[in-house]
Structures are given as C-alpha cells and as structure tokens.
Design a protein around this ligand. Structure first.
Ligand code: PMP
Ligand code: GLN
Length: 378
C-alpha cells in the first residue's frame, strides 16, 4: 500500500466549508471570523514591507516578536521564556504541532489525546510511526477522569496533548485539572504538548490555566499559540511555540528543515501590535457577548445547550429534533436550511451516542441573528 495515511480523508473543515459555499449556506462551520481584522495591523505590514523587511526572517523568528511574546508571558502568567532560546515563530499552530510531534515521536511511542480532539494531532502522530491512545470525554460536561488517564500511562507513553479551551467542545481545564496533570506526569519523561490557541477566549470571569503557571509542568511542556485566532486573521497562518531550552533546541532541528522561517513582514507587524495588551485582553469580553447573543436568541428553540466556557464555538444538542447521526444532520441543515456547522463525531475514534453540532460564533452580529432565525425554525 503506498498511502501512509490510509484511513485519512479530507478534513471536515474543508468538507463543510465547500458544502456551505455550494449551497450558499451561512458558514458557521470552519472557525474563522467573517468580520474585518484591524486595519491598523494591516498598515503595520505594509510599513514593514516598505521598510525593506522582505527577505528571510531569522530561523527562530523575528527577535522583536519573540521579545514581545516573552513580555506577554510575564504580564499574563508571571513567568519567563527566554526570547532567544525558548520561543520560536511558526506557520500557525498547525506547523508548531506537526514539528513538535516530529521532533520527539519515534515508531511505537504512545501519545495520549483527549477526544473529541482537533483533527491535526492524530495524522502527525501516525506519520511518525507513533500510536495514538485516545481518552474519550463524554457529554454533557466532558470532564476528564485523571485516574483513567493515569491508567493509560506506561513506559511507552512519550507525549500527552491537551487543548484548553478545547475545540470543538468549548470546555476548559480548571486549576484542579492542571494540578492532577502535573501530579501524574511528575517523575515521568512525558512531554506535554499544550494547544492553547484559544487562551484569550475564556468566559464568565474564569482564568485561562496555562501549563506555564505550574512550574513542574512547564519544565516538560510545549505551548502552541496562534495569532490567527487572536487577531482575526486566520489566513496569515502565524503562530508560535515555547518550551524550556533543551526541548526547544530539539524542536528547532525540525523547524529549520521544515519551513526554516516564516513570513517576515507579518512578524514585524505583529511585534508592534502585541505591545498594546488591549489587543488581546479584550477578546474574552468580545466573544462572550457574541456567545450570549446567540444563546439568548435561540433559548426557545428545540436545540439544547450548555454555554461554551471558552473558544469561539458553541455545541448544540439536536436530540429533540431528529434521530439522524450528526454528519447526516449537519449536511441536511446546510443543504436544506442553509446553515453550515461541524459534526463532532468525526473528532472521536469510537462511536458516540450524543447528538451535537458545533457552531462558530466568530461572526458579525447580523450573521448570528440570521443563523439564530434558522435555528429557531428547525
Ligand atoms: N489547534 C486548535 C485547537 C485549533 O482550533 C486550530 C485551528 N485554528 C489550530 C490548532 C491551528 O491553528 P493555526 O490556524 O494557527 O494553524
Ligand atoms: N481551527 C479551525 C476550526 O476548528 C479550522 C482550521 C482548518 O480549517 N484547518 O474550525
């Protein structure tokens, strides 16, 4: 067989976005904003280009940007990452995740992930010969039982991937979760890959629990982040990762031959933009208003929900409406009702009973109102 990924098809995000386009449906499927990003940030890119930053950036990224990120870690989490040795700018979180996995996973190594899991983890593990060990979280609260996690750990466990706030379910890890994670990985060589792309979208006054807040955990963790999520420009594909020096130097061995470095003028612009902390601190309030708008508009519909605690996604339970599986219902809703969403069963590797779809609320209020109108008539 020539395929290295025989069981992998086209990602659900492409499938649903294509279907939405074909049927002129409102696209609450793929996660990206339908409103404009800040024009000031665009101006910073054109200035960087006019100022001549059009050749290769340094391999680990523009130093000014790495310094601005280090400052953010200090401000938000009171912790330090050395800009020269412990931070690398990447082509979005996706490349960071792929390169972390490639740098450490050897054939037969086991990687623990929590399902429903974002869909880029498992193929990267498989391409490196690793084995994905899944822990399925169940609705409605998707709580992690850390005793179950502990029972999955053995001498082959090389890595654990966590994602808080978690896409597609909109849950967050509490401080107690993080302490348990720290405890069960203590005195192991397990590397924790912490996907924190939604760190600035945490609702109801809760605090984002980054791995870097827990010193022992920080010492064996990578954090990956995405500017696309934070600054409403997913098409720029810029992000970063950070880790203690010894881990980061292994990461860079892969990164330098994977992309070498990423888009230079955008890094210059982001470095300047990041200096104003309001550009990210106001995000939770901004998205909580959007979540609350949608939920208030559909409160009398036949969809049931638990409010999203983080991310810009909301799960809706359609079990009162139909017995169809979520893939069929998501397609029918797109074709017949002109509203696209994402079925969540595709993020599991076992059959699930729950009937839920994921809707993205990173949209103009007008888009959300039109979508709510449809949901109220299903
Ligand atoms: N991780 C999660 C949980 C995501 O939702 C996404 C999609 N934005 C990514 C990683 C990839 O981010 P990027 O677009 O920066 O590659
Ligand atoms: N992260 C986005 C989402 O969850 C999609 C990114 C992609 O299309 N690969 O919808």
């Amino acid at each position: 067989h020539i395929s290295k990924l025989p069981d992998v098809g086209t990602t659900i995000f492409t499938v649903m976005a294509t279907l939405a386009k074909k049927h002129r449906a409102i696209n609450l499927a793929q996660g990206f904003p339908d409103f404009k990003m800040d024009a000031n940030l665009i101006d910073l890119v054109t200035s960087a280009m006019k100022n001549g930053h059009n050749q290769y950036a340094p391999m680990p990224g523009d130093l000014g940007l790495r310094e601005a990120i280090a400052k953010k870690f200090d401000l938000l989490y009171n912790t330090s990452y050395h800009p020269e040795q412990e931070l690398t700018i990447t082509a979005g979180a996706t490349q960071a995740i792929f390169s972390v996995i490639s740098a450490f996973i050897k054939p037969n190594d086991e990687v623990i992930i929590f399902r429903p899991a974002y869909d880029c983890y498992q193929p990267a593990i498989a391409l490196n010969g690793g084995k994905t060990v899944s822990i399925a979280l169940a609705s409605p609260d998707f709580k992690v039982d850390w005793n179950v996690v502990k029972a999955k750990i053995n001498s082959r466990t090389k890595m654990m991937i966590i994602n808080t706030p978690q896409n597609p379910i909109g849950t967050i890890f509490s401080e107690a979760d993080m302490l348990q994670l720290q405890q069960i990985t203590k005195e192991t060589d397990i590397i924790v890959l912490s996907d924190e792309v939604y760190e600035h979208m945490v609702f109801d006054g809760k605090k984002h629990q980054s791995v870097c807040l827990f010193p022992d955990l920080k010492s064996r963790s990578f954090i990956v982040a995405s500017f696309g999520k934070t600054f409403h420009n997913t098409g720029w594909k810029t992000g970063y990762c950070c880790a203690p020096k010894t881990l980061m130097s292994e990461f860079r061995k892969v990164h330098q031959f994977n992309v070498f470095s990423v888009n230079h003028p955008m890094q210059k612009a982001l470095a300047e933009y990041l200096e104003n902390e309001n550009h990210y601190l106001e995000l939770s309030v901004f998205y909580q208003q959007k979540r609350d708008l949608v939920l208030s508009l559909i409160k009398d519909s036949r969809f049931k929900f638990t409010p999203s605690k983080g991310t810009y996604f909301q799960l809706l339970d359609y079990s009162e409406i139909t017995n169809e599986n979520d893939v069929d219902f998501a397609k029918r809703l797109t074709i017949e009702n002109k509203l696209a969403s994402i079925p969540i069963s595709v993020f599991y590797d076992t059959k699930i009973e729950s009937k839920m779809l994921r809707f993205c609320f990173a949209k103009k209020d007008d888009t959300l109102k039109r979508a709510a109108d449809i949901l109220n008539h299903v």
